[in-house]
Design a protein around this ligand. Structure first.
Ligand code: ADP
Ligand code: MG
Length: 347
């Protein structure tokens, strides 16, 4: 089983940022409104995530490290309508098999919490502990027992930049939540809750960047052919959930003057899940074709929302890849909606 976990770990965890991703998603699934991430040595030495979510009682804390022990899927039908970020029950056993893990957690209704320690897949300590409500994971010495994998880690700065990009992504999609990122004693990000995505962009990237971005929004029913109708819609206090059957895109796209050398500033979320999707990236480049040179890239933040059965998130354990049921429709919707925003903005 330890071997199975280590093999699975190879799929789920390839660097500190993927550990941070799994733990962050768990915190969000647990309803946390405040998430603090600390790393040392770019995450190779230490990763700590503190959340104020629902926490776990002792039995659940122990169960969390069992393979496929997800609390999020009860029937196979649930697989088709996943709305939580995690669902495979693979992350914690994987992480536990390749690092030294300390879990401290208290469910709000309990008067004491649980502290447990897992090293290389083995439970070596469980005890009661006085703790604040919520959950703290501390991951030390990633890959300490899999030297071959440790060799693939890049420099501290490279690993830290991946962690930073990742926390930034999640902070952008959840402006209503408090996010912090610290590296050793440096605060890299402190973002208290704000009401609008634009305010979060300001918090993270500053006024200059915000001035270069245009809001974009479009919505269309899935089964209707033809051009999308841009809706004057923003994800702010007027927000309402999308109708069932609707495809919705909101976000920000950069003015033609702002150009980047690579794709790193294209952020895409599908149903609040961070994705790296070639189809969407292609749609974005198509939208900017003849607007910026083919060697440059825009800054784009896209939040796509659609019915869960329209998108298969089960393609890969790391879950950054997705498969859309109606690929062509999604591609053209994204391309045409961005195009519309770019054309409307023309002087
Ligand atoms: P999954 O997220 O796919 O269910 P994980 O291995 O990531 O699987 O987590 C296993 C289980 O541990 C989760 O289903 C959840 O019940 C529990 N868990 C993990 N992290 C947290 C957290 N931060 N707060 C509360 N419960 C958690
Ligand atoms: Mg998970």
């Amino acid at each position: 089983d330890q071997v199975a976990n280590q093999i699975a770990a190879g799929e789920v965890v390839d660097r500190p940022a993927s550990v941070v991703k799994e733990l962050l998603e768990n915190s969000l699934d647990a309803g946390a409104t405040k998430i603090r991430v600390e790393v040392e040595g770019g995450g190779r030495k230490l990763i700590r995530i503190v959340d104020n979510g629902i926490g776990m009682v002792r039995d659940d804390a122990l169960l969390a490290f069992e393979r496929h022990a997800t609390s999020k899927i009860r029937t196979s039908d649930d697989l088709l309508t996943i709305s939580t970020l995690g669902f495979r029950g693979e992350a914690l056993p994987s992480i536990g098999s390749i690092a030294r893990v300390e879990l401290e957690t208290r469910a709000a209704e309990e008067d004491h919490g649980t502290r447990l320690e897992i090293v290389g897949g083995k439970l070596i300590r469980v005890e009661d502990a006085g703790l604040p409500a919520g959950t703290t994971f501390t991951i030390r010495d990633l890959f300490f027992n899999t030297p071959a994998r440790r060799k693939f880690l890049r420099s501290e700065n490279t690993e830290l930049s991946h962690v930073t990009a990742l926390v930034t992504h999640y902070a952008l999609v959840h402006p209503d939540k408090h996010f912090e990122l610290h590296s050793a004693s440096h605060a890299l990000l402190i973002a208290p809750p704000v009401a609008k995505p634009a305010e979060r962009i300001f918090q993270i990237f500053g006024r200059e960047m915000l001035d270069q971005l245009m809001p974009t929004a479009a919505e269309r029913p899935f089964d209707r052919a033809g051009l999308p109708e841009p809706a004057p819609w923003r994800r702010d206090e007027d927000w309402t959930p999308p109708d069932p059957g609707m495809l919705r895109m909101t976000g920000f796209v950069s003015k033609p003057e702002l150009q980047k050398l690579n794709r790193n500033s294209i952020y895409v979320f599908v149903n609040q899940r961070l994705v790296r999707d070639r189809l969407i990236l292609h749609a974005v480049s198509e939208a900017y074709r003849n607007v910026i040179p083919p060697t440059s890239f825009p800054v784009v933040l896209l939040f796509l929302e659609m019915p869960p059965h329209e998108v298969d998130v089960n393609v890969h354990p790391a879950k950054t890849e997705v498969r859309f049921r109606q690929q062509g429709a999604i591609h053209d919707f994204v391309r045409d909606s961005i195009r519309t925003t770019l054309i409307q903005a023309r002087p």
